[in-house]
Design a protein around this ligand. Structure first.
Ligand SMILES: [Zn+2]
Length: 344
């Protein structure tokens, strides 16, 4: 399996508000480098650099005004004399107006964010854009005849919705690839999110659509980030009713119950007969992950890949979360090896 990777991810490393204190983000550059090292170490396949894509590819999954915000946020922030990471402080929740986009950058930051987990630095946009290009390059490989590809994206993307960033995410790499496949003529695309956290951004982008079936296995949102989405009652809306599948799982979920949910989700996706399967590949379901609370072991990720293969569609793996840096490479590559062992 080919891996798409770029050193540009190191252009992004910010801070986050954690436990009431501003700290270096858990979402750090060593994550992607560790996975890249593992890919090389086991000889998964060649590692290639991403191609560049037109910004119209990002706007298809996001809104024009949101992409414009990401492009200009840093220059607007520094124009006010500030030099540290740009973070939002006020949000248009409930009965506050969200009809008007503020013209001042502090208002824009809250308008286009769900939390303070996505800091913007001088070089964040370059890293974010390249991360989306990595996913789009992975899609190109599949279009060119590869049965699967690994888009080693960083920053991750699945918390980024049509019009907001959050949870370390800016552009939704998986959704951008899925949407681009549809734009190129695919009729049905499935997205399966196995990150510990609910893929709220991907759900948001495709919620009223029946050409994308989205399934997510994740920590019960009543106790796990992002708290306000990921419940099993969220099934889609309008034409998309029935095309959104959430599997919230309790704290301390082990492989035994996880695999039952995964098998169920993969059967549903297989019955949808997708022309492409996009996997939001987070490995923060690992037992020692510092910000999650499932109990999967490293060998379980091999089984995860085997089950994913049962969907029976060309598969684009898109890297999302996973914060146990010593193990993230082993666990991510185990999924890919498991998939390849069962490849149809
Ligand atoms: Zn996660």
């Amino acid at each position: 399996m080919l891996t798409v990777f770029s050193d540009s991810h190191r252009l992004h490393h910010g801070t986050e508000l954690k436990d009431g204190v501003l700290k270096p983000s858990f979402e750090q550059p060593s994550r992607a480098d560790t996975v890249r090292d593992r890919v090389q170490h086991v000889g998964l396949g060649d590692i290639i650099v991403p191609r560049t894509f037109d910004r119209a590819c990002y706007v298809n999954a996001h809104s024009e005004r949101y992409v414009s915000f990401l492009e200009t946020a840093w220059s607007e922030w520094t124009a006010t004399g500030r030099e540290h990471d740009a973070l939002p402080l006020v949000w248009p929740v409930r009965d506050l107006s969200n009809e008007h986009v503020p013209s001042f950058i502090d208002g824009k930051l809250g308008f286009f964010a769900m939390d303070a987990g996505s800091p913007i630095t001088a070089t964040t946009w370059e890293a974010v854009k390249t991360s989306a290009d990595i996913a789009l390059t992975g899609l190109s490989l599949i279009n060119e005849g590869h049965n699967s590809a690994f888009a080693l994206c960083r920053p991750p993307g699945h918390h980024a919705a049509r019009e907001y960033m959050g949870g370390y995410c800016y552009l939704n790499n998986a959704a951008i690839a899925a949407q681009h496949a549809l734009t190129q003529g695919a009729k049905r695309v499935a997205v399966l999110d196995v990150d510990f956290h609910h893929g709220n951004g991907t759900q948001n982008i495709f919620y009223d659509r029946n050409d994308v079936m989205f399934a997510s296995l994740h920590g019960d949102p009543s106790v796990s980030y992002p708290y306000y989405s990921g419940f099993s009652s969220e099934c889609g809306a309008g034409a998309g009713d029935g095309y959104n599948l959430n599997y919230p799982l309790p704290k301390n979920t082990t492989w035994h119950s996880y695999q039952n949910a995964l098998i169920h989700a993969c059967k549903k996706l297989r019955n949808f007969s997708p022309e492409l399967l996009v996997i939001s590949l987070g490995v923060d379901t690992f037992k020692d992950d510092p910000i999650s609370h499932f109990l999967l072991e490293s060998q379980d990720f091999f089984g995860m890949g085997e089950i994913i293969a049962t969907v029976g569609a060309p598969t684009l793996f898109v890297m999302e979360g996973g914060y146990m840096v010593d193990e993230i490479g082993i666990n991510a590559v185990n999924v890919l090896h498991g998939y390849e062992s069962k490849q149809f």
